[in-house]
Design a protein around this ligand. Sequence first.
Ligand SMILES: Nc1nc2c(ncn2[C@@H]2O[C@H](COP(=O)(O)OP(=O)(O)OP(=O)(O)O)[C@@H](O)[C@H]2O)c(=O)[nH]1
Length: 430
Amino acid sequence: MDLLRFITCGSVDDGKSTLIGRLLYDSDSVSLDVLATLEKRRATAGGTVDLALLTDGLKAEREQGITIDVAHKYFTTPRRKFIITDAPGHVQYTRNMVTGASNADLAIVLVDARQGVIEQTRRHTLLASLLGIQHFVLAVNKMDLVGHEEVIFRNIVADYQAIAGQLRLPNVVAIPLSALNGDNVVRRSDFLPWYQGPGLLEHLESVPAATDANPNEPRFQVQYVIRPQTEELPDYRGYAGRIQSGTYQAGDRVRIWPSGLETVIEAIEVNQQEVAAASAPQGVVLRLREDVDVSRGDTIVPTAAHPAVVRELEATLCWMDERPLRAGRKLLVQHHAATVKAAVTTILQKTNIETFESQGTDEAKLNDIVRVRLKTALPLVVDEYHQNRVTGAFILVDEQTGATLAAGLVAATDPEYFTDEVPAEAAFSI
Ligand SMILES: Nc1nc2c(ncn2[C@@H]2O[C@H](COP(=O)(O)OP(=O)(O)OP(=O)(O)O)[C@@H](O)[C@H]2O)c(=O)[nH]1
């Protein structure tokens, strides 16, 4: 069945958890034991089911500090399968939105009808658009708290249309709803008779999803080198990881990057069974014909494929640390399983959230979106984000504390396409 991946974004208390809960509840996607718990709590909570509780599992995971991977929820209707990534509303959670959104087809941008479009709406929409998301739903929530007034909805839509125009968003649909009461989520609402468009689920079921799941060149990065060295398997050596894009076949001639060594894929294993071929996003173990030197973080690709192997690149960062970024800052680039030392040599420009224009700056503050130049101590094997949403994304990590400092998208890998006009005094090299 065809699959739609979407994220929800909005500020704290806009109603994301309630909306997801409502989608799961009204589309009968909630398991019986969870329903039983909800019913029990309903009795103690004055008769209403707290739909946000359905996403409590996600919250618990968040509090345990699971940071790189985001929590996902699945549900299915007769027409489609859905994967939801919950991007929490707190500003410091923008990182989760960035990491969760990179393979999403659609973003639901929630606004509270009482507040309308706020800075967070602009920021999340900008991020989602930078992340290459094609479809946007402006979900104007809590319509019940503004008397279901059409004019309030229309004004918010007009504000958002300005954003959509500035960012050239390809597909935007605005829906007035009440997540709490279930109006226009799964069921249409009698309280919003002036709205003729689709309800949220109806729209999610019919919006076109990305058809080609593997449009990119093959990419595979080694997460673990498996060398059991047991008596039964004295010479076994396998390279475990996830196929990031494309398809791999046994017999493919490949190169190991960054070393550039060439060999042949002897076998591909999925769940300890040999298979002739495997595709993204499968987890596999590759065995190679020659006993070449391969380490965690190395990339294995067919010889005809050309990832960028670079020690200098330009990237778009969403800065997530309280302490501002300044040129010269040393840190670690964590590119999936590869971690290398690096320095931000130049901060080229920052995006003004009010106008979406680029402006010169010498620092990036919490939540700023900036374009920077990075130098790495060892070569990185990457792609530009617009070419590959998996291998074009990374995070920056503090060397001492291990804290995530920024989410990054590779913007340019070829110096010929680097941004001109670098402020000379900000340049710095390692
Ligand atoms: N009246 C009304 N209240 C709503 C609606 N949707 C959500 N709420 C309430 O708004 C509050 C916040 O809802 P949540 O779903 O927890 O908000 P959230 O955006 O998930 O918040 P975080 O998870 O903290 O980011 C709760 O008290 C909800 O019951 C709505 O459509 N109408």
